[in-house]
Each structure stands twice: as structure tokens, then as C-alpha cells.
Write a protein that binds this ligand. Sequence first.
Ligand SMILES: [Zn+2]
Length: 199
Amino acid sequence: MGTAENRMEQSVIDNYFPGVIKVGMPLAAFSLKNNIIPFRNHFLALVAANYANHIIFGFTLGDTTKDKDYVFKSQVEGVLNYFSTDTQKVLIQGPFVIDLPFKHLTKTELVALYLEKDHPASYLLTNSFSCYEGLHKPCGICRSCLRKYVALELNGIDTSGHWLNNPVDHLLAFLEESVTKNRGFEINDIQKCINLKQP
Ligand SMILES: [Zn+2]
């Protein structure tokens, strides 16, 4: 999409998931100051529908943008299934299904599930990239970094040395922002992480 974090994501994908098909779609041109790209996941779903009729998104319970919920799922399925009734005008035949297998879990619960299945904790630091800044190391300040920090630390994974700035110093502001913006499901986890990190 051409966002700063995409450059890092791209190299991670190339290194660890070489079979993945990547499609260029320069949506960063529409990016807002808060890093939201309006309708981003609509675009992704429509592109994915040219490859398969079973589309999976990794949205979590804490995601609050409206293109990451069950209404989004059913409406986009509706668009895909309506359009594809003209079977001569689509590359992939329907019916189309969009699955959100992690939508009932917070990031913290998702990390716990990952660890329960005996996957290495270190991969969560080396093989995933979330920071909006796209620098050589995650900034430790942006919302994306703080969500990752909370999920990892609450699962007992030591992330010290991983960040450009220490996320601990930004947790209170993150909590206040999350309360103000009513990001319900993540507030408890942020509070727990603050309690855990109190000297
Ligand atoms: Zn960051």
C-alpha cells in the first residue's frame, strides 16, 4: 500500500513467508493523519476476491475501525456475492465468504493462544512488524507499538531492548486516549499492563 510500515512488513514477508503473493495497491495516498486509510479493508477484500472465494482477515476484538467488524464482513460478502451472480464477469466464482477467526480475541488472548500451541515467543518480535513509523526498530510510542507491547508483556514476554523509546513511559497517555475514544475491549489490558509495570 506504500505506507512506511509496509516496507518493513514486505521484507518480513519475503524472509519468512516467501510463497505469499503480494499485490501493489498504492492506498497510502489516501492515508489520514491518524494513519487510517479509509475503506482500506474493502479494497483488500475486493482484490482478494480475484484470487479466492474464501477470504480471511486477522482482525481482533480490540480493533475498532468499522472496516474490521462483523457488519463489514456481511456487507462486503453481500457486494461480492451480488456482483458474482454474473458468473461471466468474475475471475473467481462465488459464493464468497469472509472469515474473521480472531475477532473474538484481544491481542493479549491471541498471543496466549499462539504460545499455548508451542510456537516460539521470539518470532513475535522478529517475524511481525506493526509500528506506523517504519524505522529500523519499532518506535515504542505509536498506538500499534503500544498494543503489541501490552499483548506481549501481559504474556510474560520480555520486550526490553526491542523499542526505540520505552513503551512504559507512554502507557498512561495510551490508556487515557483509549478511554476517551471508547476502545472498550483493550482498556482492561492496558490497565493490567500499567499495574504489572509499576515499580
Ligand atoms: Zn511505533
